[in-house]
Write a protein that binds this ligand. Structure first.
Ligand code: FEO
Length: 397
């Protein structure tokens, strides 16, 4: 795709990846983009690069604006390889005078590419460099979402190049938020937040407070993935505030895997109980639902009800996958309960309950087990469990 001028003399020069479907375990059914930006000033500066297989797209885009050898500076806001994978070739090709990065960024670049000889310029949070008419202030955002992460702010243009923050995995031929359906854009943004940034939610709160305290004027946020925010900044900033506070809605998820449908029947009866308590719920059978789509719904659900049959003294493999993934993403302020059918040993409910305890999920019930197939009486106990969770969710409102 052609370069796109996003502000006067600042261009998107990145690459579209229409075909990626798995981003380290996160499903990307609509692909993604690797955004890089070129500021044309006395010092021509490239902000971030692209994933290695797309380096030609980046060089071609730069060439449409300027001889790549005339690029003076490279800024590496973040070293994860979707953004730095082509740094070695770009440095080789462009021969920049300086490579700006955080102290942790320099360490990470050396650990990835084993080049001590690049012209690193380590910058600190708040430091400003002059490109000519434009200046750039660096804002370190450690652990949002890597130790090296930082953002680049152009005060004269009121532009924030935000690295992974405010991004989405969505390849489109459009570059701006007002050129696409805002509801779909916010859905992709929520999925991105839930699967990448959720564990660092307290830091997102700090970042939002910091931006306010510094009085940074921002009228455009240009992330390194997906669409650029220029018309709906209020919506995405408010969404980040809501998501990072993790208060959740009056909503529960019933996430289960089942061998012979007994656990599934229990799940449906629990759903009846939630309905009776007046709480919305969604059911996810792990044979069909992807872990990263589930996380999108975990983001704003107050209740998590996980069910699994016992297989060989453990949980079914899909449940092991989801509880491992979810635990790593550290959702907060959840209420929960476990359930499942079993034949003779019945460890699955205990395993899920222990995982809930690790995740600091508030247990509404010690867990409900049914031997082989549920009777009508068992199903009534399941409905009662649903009502209990529903009432607890409502009590948190
Ligand atoms: Fe898009 Fe953390 O890389």
């Amino acid at each position: 795709m052609q370069p796109v001028e996003i502000k006067k003399d600042i261009y998107w020069v990145g690459a579209l990846d229409w075909n990626i479907r798995d981003f380290h375990g996160y499903s990307t059914p609509k692909g993604t983009t690797y955004n890089a930006y070129l500021a044309m000033d006395e010092k021509i500066t490239l902000f971030d690069t692209v994933k290695k297989p797309f380096k030609e797209n980046l060089i071609r885009n730069i060439s449409k604006l300027v001889d790549p050898r005339k690029v003076d500076y490279l800024v590496v806001n973040h070293v994860e390889m979707d953004h730095s994978g082509s740094v070695p070739e770009i440095i080789q090709e462009l021969q920049p005078q300086k490579v700006f990065c955080s102290a942790m960024g320099k360490k990470a670049l050396v650990d990835h590419y084993h080049r001590e000889d690049w012209p690193y310029q380590v910058v600190e949070s708040g430091q400003t460099i002059q490109l000519g008419k434009k200046s750039v202030q660096f804002i370190e955002t450690r652990m949002l979402h890597w130790p090296d992460s930082m953002m680049s702010y152009f005060p004269e243009d009121q532009l924030l190049i935000s690295s992974d923050g405010f991004g989405q995995h969505w390849a489109t031929s459009q570059r701006f938020d007002d050129q696409v359906d805002i509801h779909e854009l916010l859905k992709h943004s929520a999925k991105y937040y839930a699967n990448i940034l959720l564990p660092y939610s307290p830091l997102v709160q700090k970042l939002l407070a910091n931006v306010q305290a510094l009085g940074l004027k921002i009228d455009m946020i240009a992330p390194d993935h997906g669409l650029i925010w220029r018309s709906h900044l209020d919506k995405i900033i408010s969404a980040y505030d809501t998501w990072s506070l993790q208060k959740g809605k009056e909503k529960a998820l019933i996430i289960y895997d089942t061998m012979w449908h007994s656990t599934e029947k229990m799940g449906y009866a629990i759903g009846d109980g939630l309905s009776q308590a007046g709480v919305d719920f969604q059911m996810f059978n792990l044979k069909y639902a992807h872990r990263s789509d589930i996380m999108s719904e975990v983001l704003d659900s107050r209740g998590l009800i996980l069910g699994c049959s016992t297989l060989n003294n453990g949980v079914l493999p899909a449940m092991a996958d989801v509880i491992t993934y979810m635990k790593g993403l550290r959702p907060a302020n959840k209420l929960g309960a476990a359930f499942g059918s079993y034949g003779w040993s019945g460890e699955a409910v205990k395993i899920i309950t222990e995982c809930f305890e690790d995740m600091k999920v508030e247990l509404v019930d010690p867990g409900l087990r049914v031997k082989f197939a549920p009777s009508n009486e068992d199903l009534e106990k399941c409905a009662e469990l649903g009502r209990k969770v529903g009432q607890a969710i409502k009590a948190k409102s």
